[in-house]
Design a protein around this ligand. Sequence first.
Ligand SMILES: Nc1nc(=O)c2c([nH]1)NC[C@@H]1CN(c3ccc(C(=O)N[C@@H](CCC(=O)O)C(=O)O)cc3)CN21
Ligand SMILES: CC(C)C(=O)C(=O)O
Ligand SMILES: [Mg+2]
Length: 266
Amino acid sequence: MLTKPITTSVLRQWKLAKEKFSCITAYDASFSRLFEEQGMPVMLVGDSLGMAAQGHTSTLPVSVSDVAYHTRSVRRGAPNCLLMADMPFMSYSNADDACKNAASLMRSGANVVKLEGSGSWIYDTIRKLAERSVPVCGHIGMTPQAVNIYGGFKIQGRNETAANQILESAKQIEKAGAQILVLECIPETLGQQITESVSIPTIGIGAGKHTDSQILVMHDALGISSGKAPRFVKNFLSGTGDIRAAVRLYIQEVKEGLYPAKEHTY
Ligand SMILES: Nc1nc(=O)c2c([nH]1)NC[C@@H]1CN(c3ccc(C(=O)N[C@@H](CCC(=O)O)C(=O)O)cc3)CN21
Ligand SMILES: CC(C)C(=O)C(=O)O
Ligand SMILES: [Mg+2]
């Protein structure tokens, strides 16, 4: 149970205290209620809903109104979690759209909006949102909205040049005013280096065990995703046979540094 609202300053305190925390995606009120009852502090209405809920092969078809709809549902079930909502593909391509669409997600119950990518235009967008009182989470490494540039969901930052670019973008994102940073599908050493180089909390998915937090798509954590699971996925339901116990096990294994293990890491 969460007895009081989780805020970004609580997450910063946890980072300073080296208390690892967990995060999970949620798309509806029944699961968000269950997650909050088990003590999940942070939830994300991910644009992964395009794949997990809508059955698409990428996140690109997801709209702002789709994310807003799921955000309203998740918020009703989980009043106290820190709720992040993904800005969908092309919904932040210019500053006016970014502000208008972020407002829609915030009014739907999000506490933070998350934007994928790096480069000066993203830093400018983050700065604009932060100046206008919208808390922002950056998202770098493998950014699924760029799947058509990558030619598939591929690990990023494998060589030294690419790794240094990602580290530099992490610093720029913090400087622009982001409060949280998601690191997806990068080598463990880079996840560690970035986490030690920024003072905002990092949330990893396939970024190794040294990030301040971990996130999983809920369907992956419960073993109900289709197709071959990425390397970082762990099915927490199979060991327990009970959804509530699976969520508690995930929270506990993150807290104790047991998840992710070597086999989940790049
Ligand atoms: N259910 C689900 N889980 C996710 O983690 C997720 C989504 N959906 N949808 C949006 C993106 C897509 N993601 C993905 C999808 C595939 C891989 C993957 O197959 N990775 C390969 C590595 C490929 C390489 O070596 O470059 C792997 O084996 O882990 C990783 C992340 C993460 N996100
Ligand atoms: C996996 C997380 C980080 C995400 O962006 C999503 O669920 O869309
Ligand atoms: Mg996403």
